[in-house]
Design a protein around this ligand. Structure first.
Ligand code: S3P
Length: 193
């Protein structure tokens, strides 16, 4: 199948569902999601930015003033709203998929894509910005290792897993497109055999 044809096939299978990018801080959810959306001709939405808009505050300030549970509740509500308006490519914050309600909604209304990355790559990437509350005043390596231990088994429930690595974002986008273009039930049952 040609490129344009497979992009059209992906969009018609997607219908009004969203492609939802999942994974730890620094794995490339926004950067890859933005390019994936451009390739597919779909809108790109960043859930963290939408949470900031809804709160009129940065995520850093939400954590500092109201604490993490308040942020998580706002995150759940914003995602519930965003998931009603596909088709789109939606980048979630690293903790969003850990919420069971959010996961159920994504399973119902979306196709989830986990960008799985190794610790060293994530640490290199998160070192470039210092506005992530979970990493403030803490040892990033031990925080990220702990998050990998608790979150990777849950992220593994995503529909598609792609290894995020030090290659151009467009390479990762190409791999996601290739996976999305596979006829799902046949490809899955073949893999299982
Ligand atoms: C978080 C990840 C952040 C942001 C918040 C909490 C997390 O988003 O939502 O700081 O719990 O992993 P990114 O994954 O886009 O950095």
């Amino acid at each position: 199948m040609g490129d344009a044809q497979s992009l059209e096939a992906i969009k018609s299978t997607l219908g009004d569902k969203s492609i939802v990018m999942v994974g730890l801080m620094g794995c490339g959810k926004s950067a890859v999601g933005r390019r994936l959306a451009a390739r597919l001709g779909l809108p790109f939405v960043d859930a963290d930015e939408e949470i900031e808009k809804a709160a009129g505050q940065s995520i850093e300030d939400i954590f500092a003033e109201h604490g993490e549970p308040y942020f998580r509740e706002g995150e759940r509500k914003v995602l519930a709203r965003l998931m009603r308006s596909g088709p789109q490519v939606l980048a979630t914050g690293g903790g969003a998929f850990m919420n069971a309600d959010t996961r159920a909604m994504i399973a119902d209304r979306g196709i989830s894509v986990w960008l799985k990355a190794e610790l060293a790559l994530l640490l290199r990437r998160v070192a470039k910005r210092n506005n992530r509350p979970l990493l403030k005043g803490a040892d990033p390596q031990s925080v990220m290792q702990r998050l990998m231990d608790t979150r990777y088994p849950v992220y593994a429930q995503a529909d598609i897993t792609v290894e995020s690595r030090d290659v151009p974002h467009d390479t990762i986008v190409g791999e996601i497109i290739e996976r999305l273009a596979r006829p799902a039930p046949a490809a899955r049952s073949e893999e299982a055999q």
